[in-house]
Design a protein around this ligand. Structure first.
Ligand code: ADP
Ligand code: MG
Length: 916
């Protein structure tokens, strides 16, 4: 019989695995919006989104409503990693009539405790000036919390039943009461309300080691952990993490634990004040373990397995066997003298064998309690590991409570069993002391740190956040500059040059032939051969390097090098015997005077070869061919890359009459009416205009938009004061802008816990592609989820690993919160870029619509550029903003494939077609 009883307390490993699975399912149920209401494991959001980082400092007041008592506590933190907080506390007995009286009286009583406490404990040497004192309220009842400082009481428990409180915000009630009982010279403000489990987690977070799980193994049992915020569907928070209070004591209330309940558990449950509820808690909470032993002994006595021949009637009395008795018996290692003494004080007359058996039972009961805690913990660890898409998880677990403190094997069982059940997770146990008090102060401190930090972050980022009015203004300014650029007289002073391209037609699909193309001015210099046939376009190309020495050497060296590359290419492609027409994509601002005649206005993008500005680039290329005696090509057209992009897309979509580039730089072109182009003779038809919009603002018209960061970035370029619009938008600069913001944020101690970050001082160390990686993690486009949750899950882990890699590369010791803030910075910068680009495009499409006298314009934009193509939100943000700014234009975006190659050939071909 004894063996049978002992066996019933030991749960096989396979069964624990099943139980862990159930717990995980229940956790998901509790978090999901649809199933939350019915879930047994409630998974309550706490609105605590950060753990302490050790920089918290100041005085914090805590009020804890306990059973029969109010505890007030003053905690002083020194910003020293929370190693040595100073604490003073006081307990006030709570009269029974208040616990069951009017709600107002309860909160008035609490407020008076605070006033009295402050008067007694702090010597006021504040010479009369008011002092702000934040208060954390530990309120251990079931609440519907909707903010850190907003929680409606759902129901009283633990002997409380004050009237007029259920359904009310208890934070407000306390705040009101403390206003009517002021504690001069202190201004007390309730900033956080929390449950005691959360406090445990918060006390265990010391400098350099965040504690992200906490377990209270006490009279009741509960656990909380930092969950990915987007999984907490009962809140709107989607970014970062939030502490979730599992309320796992109710696990099993739907029957999932029925097969592991022993008859003794059933007896405990039946005798309890809430039969059928909190089934998990009743197997593990110290309020019940003594009872469990008692009921086991009653049953065994009836079966004559213990206390035979003696009177054991005393066991019938509820509560005689306390947790302390159980622990004393369990922990008594040598002999049974102590066990006997304890049983005798209870009025039993145990035999030696009885003593041994009682000890076995007690050990089985507490060991099971520890094992079940471990199973719950394993479920949480595996859940965290899975939802963070990690292969393995290392985490600190704060533990507190009578079972933990009183049962030496508790930690050992907790670790070994959770390790068996969740081998992918590695938990480190951190014992906590006074979680509810000290921890509550921490929660309060963290909340204040975060709100102060939020204010400064908003201050730093505010100049980068553009309103709709700002964008409308940019659109109008762009329109103004476009007109000036097109006007014969005004062109010279316009910042947007509106250069004629001598391209009058977009492709119509009848073009044919073999062409050479050059692409200079992008990331790579390439030579291509393009074959246009009735069946479509085929291409072959090769990338050649232009050494920096040549980029910044003499013009002759540069063009000689280009001819060498062409010769090499034609040789490799067996094209030396033919004389091929060549289209030259030259992505620098040129004053074009014919299709094959273009004066370089200025170098951009790092080029500075001497003797070229003001010269005809086509002639420079022809001269070099002559010097090299190369006869296998004939330059027929010089093409800007925007024009190439428009032409390449135009081959597939006849509505494509705009070209847009958002890569290293940014620029756009579009089909303008010849009659509007004051800088070219003739009024018939249209001509493609290369806007060179990157220079928009160089005349100062955008000065009001430039932030400190933009100015610093501009000053460090080789062309300060130039290409100002481009420097707000394109790939060459966004990473730099982000870097400048991060530097300021580091200086303001908003990042990396205020530690300096020397690597960030290096120019260009923060690449624009990092923005893409960082923003992809749970990316949102203006608040709407970009990725479905399934995609988020699969991409999240990878992206997080990539972020890690980036941060390592930058030698940044970034916490999770640092990376959340970094993402906000990246989002702000890339959103602004997309919005400004949209404002520019809005001016273009609106002008085209007006040109054509249409109420509604349908037009396609051919787009190229890695930033546009690879950034997760840029194109969405651009299109959304454009729709808003130009509602009468229906704009389609078509990605160009190799616009500069294909486009240059098509320009050559269209010219050919038009000539014939
Ligand atoms: P170019 O404009 O010189 O022809 P690209 O269109 O390829 O060349 O653009 C290159 C630019 O794109 C680089 O300046 C780089 O900053 C940016 N970039 C590269 N990869 C990414 C990425 N994954 N996300 C966003 N931007 C990127
Ligand atoms: Mg390009």
């Amino acid at each position: 019989q004894i063996q049978r009883a002992l066996r019933s307390f030991s749960i096989p490993l396979e069964r624990l695995h099943v139980m862990k699975g159930h717990m995980m399912q229940d956790m998901c149920k509790g978090l999901s919006r649809q199933t939350h209401a019915q879930a047994k494991v409630r998974m309550l959001p706490t609105y605590i989104c950060s753990t302490p980082n050790g920089t918290e400092k100041g005085n914090f007041l805590v009020v804890e409503l306990c059973q029969n008592q109010v505890r007030t506590l003053l905690v002083t933190l020194y910003g020293d990693g929370n190693m040595s907080p100073q604490m003073v506390y006081k307990l006030y007995d709570l009269p029974e009539d208040i616990m069951q009286g009017e709600g107002e009286a309860l909160f008035d009583f609490i407020a008076q405790c605070v006033t009295q406490f402050l008067a007694e404990t702090i010597s006021s040497d504040t010479n009369g000036s008011e002092q702000y004192l934040p208060l954390g309220f530990v309120f251990p009842f079931t609440c519907q919390q909707t903010q850190l400082d907003k929680a409606e009481l759902l129901s009283w428990s633990k002997g409380f039943s004050c009237s007029g409180v259920v359904g009310k915000d208890v934070v407000q009630l306390l705040q009101k009461a403390s206003q009517s009982a002021p504690s001069q010279p202190y201004h007390v403000e309730v900033v956080a309300l929390m449950n005691d489990t959360v406090g445990t987690m918060m006390t265990c977070s010391m400098e350099g080691r965040a504690c992200e799980v906490a377990m209270v193994a006490d009279k009741g049992s509960n656990c909380c952990f930092m969950a990915e915020a987007y999984l907490v569907e009962t809140t709107d928070e989607t970014s970062g993490r939030m502490c979730v209070n599992t309320e796992w004591g109710c696990f099993g209330d739907d029957g999932t634990l029925n097969d592991v309940f022993t008859p003794y558990d059933e007896s405990v449950d039946e005798e309890s004040s809430n039969p059928g509820e909190k089934r998990f808690e009743k197997m593990v909470g110290t309020l019940y373990l003594g009872e469990l032993v008692r009921h086991t002994l009653i049953a065994l006595t009836a079966e004559k397995a213990v206390f035979t021949g003696t009177n054991a009637a005393v066991l019938k009395e509820k509560g005689v066997f306390t947790m302390q008795h159980v622990l004393d018996i369990v922990n008594n290692e040598d002999g049974i003298t102590e066990v006997r003494r304890i049983l005798e004080t209870l009025g039993l007359q145990p035999s030696e064998r009885d003593c041994g058996r009682v000890q076995q039972i007690c050990r089985a009961v507490v060991a099971r309690a520890a094992t079940l805690h471990a199973t719950g913990l394993a479920a949480i660890l595996s859940y965290m590991c899975q939802t963070r898409d990690l292969e393995s998880l290392m985490v600190n677990v704060g533990v507190e409570g009578e079972l933990h403190a009183g049962y030496p094997r508790f930690e050992e069982i907790l670790l070994s069993v959770s390790r068996l059940l969740s081998p992918e997770c590695m938990a480190t146990i951190l014992p906590s002391r006074d979680g509810s008090g000290r921890g509550a102060a921490m929660v309060t401190a963290v909340a204040l740190r975060l709100s102060a930090q939020r204010r400064v972050v908003d201050e730093v980022l505010a100049p980068l956040r553009l309103s709709r009015d700002d964008l409308v203004k940019v659109q109008a300014l762009m329109r103004e500059e476009m007109e000036r650029g097109l006007g014969k007289e005004t062109n010279a002073s316009a910042s947007v040059r509106m250069l004629p391209t001598y391209v009058n037609h977009t492709p119509d699909g009848t073009e044919q032939g073999d062409f050479l193309a050059l692409d200079l001015g992008g990331t790579n210099f390439r030579v291509l051969v393009v074959r246009i046939t009735e069946d479509g376009i085929t291409m072959a190309s090769e990338i050649y390097v232009i050494p920096v020495g040549i980029m910044q050497g003499t013009g002759e060296e540069l063009f000689d090098h280009i001819i060498d590359c062409i010769i090499d290419f034609q040789t490799k492609q067996n094209l030396v015997t033919q004389m091929l027409p060549l289209g030259f994509t030259f992505s620098f601002p040129c004053q074009q005077v014919g299709l094959d005649k273009a004066l370089l206005l200025t170098w951009t993008k790092g080029f500075s070869a001497s003797g070229c500005v003001g010269q005809d680039v086509v002639q420079l290329l022809r001269d070099a061919a002559k010097r090299k005696r190369h006869l296998g090509m004939q330059v027929v057209a010089l093409v800007n890359d925007t024009v190439g992009t428009m032409m390449a897309c135009g081959y597939d979509d006849p509505k494509c009459e705009i070209g847009l580039i958002v890569g290293t730089g940014t620029n756009a072109c579009y089909m303008e009416e010849m009659k509007n182009v004051g800088t070219v003779e003739g009024d018939q038809g249209r001509m493609c205009i290369n806007m060179e919009w990157g220079a928009f603002g160089d005349n100062g018209c955008l000065d009001h938009l430039f932030t400190h960061f933009d100015k610093v970035v501009d000053e460090s370029t080789i062309n300060p004061g130039k290409q100002r619009f481009e420097k707000l938008i394109s790939g060459m600069y966004l990473g730099e802008i982000v870097r400048q913001i991060l530097l300021v944020m580091t200086e303001k101690e908003l990042l990396f816990q205020g530690k300096p970050c020397p690597k960030l001082q290096t120019k260009d160390i923060f690449k624009t592609k990092f923005l893409s990686t960082i923003e992809l993690v749970m990316g949102t486009v203006m608040g709407t989820p970009l990725l479905t949750m399934a995609l988020v899950r699969s991409s999240n882990g990878l992206a997080l690993r990539q972020i890690r890699a980036i941060l390592n590369e930058l030698e940044l010791d970034a916490s999770f919160e640092d990376s959340v803030l970094m993402r906000e910075v990246c989002q702000t910068v890339s959103l602004r870029a997309a919005q400004l680009c949209a404002a520019g495009l809005a001016a273009v499409v609106e002008k085209m619509r007006e040109n054509r006298g249409l109420n509604q314009l349908s037009v396609t934009v051919g787009v190229d550029g890695t930033l546009y193509k690879l950034h997760p939100c840029f194109s969405n943000n651009l299109q959304k903003t454009l729709k808003d700014l130009a509602p009468n234009c229906n704009v389609t975006f078509l990605l160009s494939e190799d616009g500069s190659g294909k486009g240059a050939a098509l320009v050559a071909a269209v010219a050919d077609r038009a000539a014939n």
